[in-house]
Design a protein around this ligand. Structure first.
Ligand code: ATP
Ligand code: MG
Length: 150
């Protein structure tokens, strides 16, 4: 089913901004992307993907969470990126992130609870859509997740 992804992203951001008023979540899309652009996505599952990623960005952050979401064209592909100013993830742990129940050892100073299922689910849903997902991170700086939509 074809879904207008820009309005879906806006809805998710509105939900999360109300849940976490302390977080600053912004969304920008390239000038050459039409506002009503559609993609074949499962609305509920793809919303959950974004909710999970934003949830992580807020949970694993030691100061005021600033999350920057962008939809842009790169090499003829539409990409959705989500950048945060969180605590980051050590390089050596990155390759395990999408595994079921994996949590980074000492991955947060605040001992935030979690099952280690969020990113497993995110990866699974991206796979089912044939969307590539990439995660880059730097300890003390933040994390950037990029999903290639086509
Ligand atoms: P759940 O999502 O099931 O509630 P969780 O958040 O621990 O639990 P994942 O979302 O799969 O599980 O994330 C796995 C681990 O990766 C987290 O425990 C955390 O250590 C690390 N992590 C994930 N996203 C971020 C992020 N944006 N910044 C820093 N660390 C992160
Ligand atoms: Mg999580």
């Amino acid at each position: 089913q074809k879904i207008q992804v820009i309005s879906l992203i806006s809805e998710v951001i509105e939900t999360m901004s109300m849940k976490y008023p302390e977080a600053r979540i912004t969304f920008d899309f390239d000038i050459d992307i039409p506002e009503n652009i559609q993609f074949a996505i499962d609305r509920d599952h793809f919303s959950n993907v974004l909710l999970n990623l934003i949830d992580n960005s807020i949970k694993y952050c030691d100061n005021k969470p600033i999350i920057t979401i962008k939809l842009f064209l790169h090499n003829n592909s539409h990409k959705l990126s989500l950048l945060d100013n969180g605590i980051g993830i050590p390089q050596k742990n990155l390759k395990y992130l999408f595994k079921k129940f994996y949590r980074v050892p000492k991955g947060n100073q605040n001992y935030v609870n979690g099952f280690g299922l969020g990113l497993f689910y995110v990866k699974r849903i991206c796979d089912l859509h044939h969307f590539k997902i990439n995660l880059e991170s730097q300890v003390g700086t933040g994390t950037c997740v990029t999903i290639t939509l086509d």
